[in-house]
Design a protein around this ligand. Structure first.
Ligand SMILES: NC(=O)c1ccc[n+]([C@@H]2O[C@H](COP(=O)([O-])OP(=O)(O)OC[C@H]3O[C@@H](n4cnc5c(N)ncnc54)[C@H](OP(=O)(O)O)[C@@H]3O)[C@@H](O)[C@H]2O)c1
Length: 293
């Protein structure tokens, strides 16, 4: 799909961590993004979304809105399922009515983490947190609905400008403490939102549909990611490795959720850069400039 001049509705595009990076990438590609927050348009109100689409007449719909609070979801199951499971197929049906492509984002947390090699797009989801189950239900709902112009992109461990994320939480903790503890027995693929956004556009340029995995290359633990960020920022702070059992959380997270990128690489011809390079851009670039996107 040629994006120049195209109108792109982005749910979550005004306030979301990923959505803001997508908005910027579409704008840089010459498209006309329409970034939205929940205040602009509630994706739980299909009639309202339909009217907005009539008004805007977009060429493409992107859903970067979701319920993303992994631990809180354990207590707010209804809201998590409404946003992550019920809304995506409803949005896809509104895209299908207009015959325009629909892009949706999912997560590495649809996997349970019992593999020791990267998860393929074709691996069966096996989630165990409410968040993971609701996101897997959203994927299943989209596949069941079967609109052929649907692109589902699983992503993982996001960091980037525009909204609080793991990396900036770690760096602010380290500004006030000499030592912090971070779990070192969960392994995943850290991903810089501007890279995910540009790679989403690469998939669209190749008219990709179905499920794809997008992340930065390489893998690490939360401890590895935190240590690298602290070193890049030049903070005098010790990052101690601890097991997950030392940091009980309401939601159980996969011990291993690295995403296999080979389908993305084959489709686009692009190999995402290593997460350490991307993290350097974030810590030494975005954060030094004051997180302005
Ligand atoms: N963050 C991660 O590490 C991560 C990892 C893997 C996958 N993902 C997936 O990536 C996607 C983007 O995640 P993110 O971290 O960028 O999300 P985020 O920063 O939490 O942003 C969520 C967005 O959804 C919007 N939203 C919430 N409820 C809505 C509603 N009822 N109607 C319309 N919009 C609503 C929010 O708007 P308001 O600001 O107005 O509430 C916000 O813009 C999600 O599908 C998520 O599951 C994220």
């Amino acid at each position: 799909m040629e994006l120049k001049g195209k109108s792109v509705i982005i749910f979550g595009g005004r306030t979301g961590l990923l959505g803001q990076a997508l908005t910027r990438a579409f704008r840089l590609a010459g498209a006309r993004p329409v970034p939205l927050s929940s205040q602009d348009c509630d994706i739980l109100d299909p009639r309202g979304v339909d009217l907005l689409l009539d008004r805007r007449d977009p060429d493409l719909m992107v859903n970067a809105a979701a319920y993303t609070q992994v631990d809180l979801a354990e207590d707010q199951e209804e809201m998590a399922f409404a946003l992550n499971a019920t809304a995506p197929p409803l949005l896809a049906s509104l895209a299908a009515k207009r015959l325009i492509p629909f892009v949706h984002f999912s997560t590495d947390f649809v996997f349970c983490g019992n593999k020791h090699t990267p998860y393929l797009p074709y691996d069966d989801p096996c989630p165990f947190s409410v968040y993971g189950i609701s996101k897997a239900d959203g994927e299943r709902g989209l596949l069941r609905f079967g609109y052929e112009r649907t692109l589902i992109i699983r992503i993982s461990w996001l960091f980037g400008p525009g909204r609080t994320n793991f990396v900036d939480k770690i760096l602010s903790l380290c500004e006030t403490r000499g030592t912090i503890s971070v779990v070192n027995d969960q392994t995943g693929s850290p991903s810089y939102t501007p890279d995910v956004a540009v790679n989403t556009l690469a998939l669209l340029a190749h008219d990709a549909t179905g499920i794809h995995h997008v992340a930065n290359s390489g893998e690490t633990t939360w401890h590895g990611l935190a240590s690298e960020a602290v070193a890049l920022a030049g903070l005098d702070c010790t990052v101690e490795p601890v097991p997950t059992s030392a940091y009980p959380t309401k939601a159980v997270r996969p011990a291993y959720s690295v995403l296999d990128l080979s389908r993305f690489i084959q489709t686009t011809g692009v190999t995402p850069r290593h997460w350490k390079q991307a993290l350097a851009d974030y810590v030494l670039g975005d954060l030094r400039r004051g997180s302005v996107i």
